[in-house]
Design a protein around this ligand. Sequence first.
Ligand SMILES: [Zn+2]
Length: 147
Amino acid sequence: MAALEMLSAKLPVADGGTEWSRVSEGKWMRRLIPELREWIDKEHGEINYFLAQFITGHGCFTHYLNQFEIRETDGCWYCRRRDDAEHTFFECDKWREQRMRVEKELERAITPDNVIRIMLDNDKNWGLVEGWIVGVIKRKERDERAG
Ligand SMILES: [Zn+2]
């Protein structure tokens, strides 16, 4: 499974999983997953292609694509601000409605600092958050193809 391999290549689990700083986009991942052991030991939830994009910040985000000159700027396609995983999921007005919908179902606000903890709480939460992430990335990828 390509997404899993992609993610595990970026997870420094071999050294005990305490060292995030060597990882590119490590700051984002460290913020999402401060307790790596808890993440590794999780009993539910699979990482798919979409979740891997969210967690690594490597994916359909202009700032990331721009590093490979796939895009000419790192500005968001919708609002022109710098676009990375945090921008897309937590800042951009374009996707605010989707986030508010999942927050309503979860009955709490989600932030980069609590979203993984919420997912790990139970299977239902995992599914809700995953659905949100998949939905946003699919629409973004569709918009990108449409140009
Ligand atoms: Zn934006």
